[in-house]
Ligand binder design. Sequence first.
Ligand SMILES: [Zn+2]
Length: 225
Amino acid sequence: MRVARRPSRPDLVPAALLAALLICCTPPAAVNNPADPAPADATDLYYLPYETGRASIVLQGHFGPFSHEQSYALDFQMPRGTPILAARRGIVSAVRDDCPDCSCVWDSDCACCGFANRVEITHADGSRAIYAHLDPGGVLVAVGQPVEARDMIGLSGSTGYSAAPHLHFEVRAPLGPALPAEATGRFGPSSDGTLEVRFEDVAGDGVPRMLRVYWSGGRASAAGG
Ligand SMILES: [Zn+2]
């Protein structure tokens, strides 16, 4: 498992990229998800954080050039109000959904920046998944609540430092003996790092890539990618 230090600035999907995607581009080759169902009692497995059969393009991947330069993080494009599912079993450890429906990218008066509305889920190994930029009032779980992988936890939005509706997803953990040595290699010492995780329903090595489309839950893709 590789680790990077926590991101130093909030999330951003540049308008130019979004415009290019929405206006001029045919969706890129899709990625099939032929993964077999995982054991029901598995606690360390990740699944794409949206409903089975739904497709999403990755607007920005790990170490993406816009706002993920120093982190393992993923931006999944999706309309506002899209159900967000827990990627992995855990306990809800933090929530926020009182940020108004404004974007710090477009509105200088928007006081709620960064991840804004979000859910944080702590896993059995101490790592924490963050689901960010949710809709106002879009948190559907409470702190202390146990959740299974693929339980619905919130509704997507575009709050905070977000240029267009999407879900920002990352997994963090404190750096220390439990994490590999390279955690302090590329970026220097840090008190908190982001982890590269692999999804059971992403074909190949399980790592989503920028500008590719992924179907949650193993539905076959038309492109056969
Ligand atoms: Zn992001």
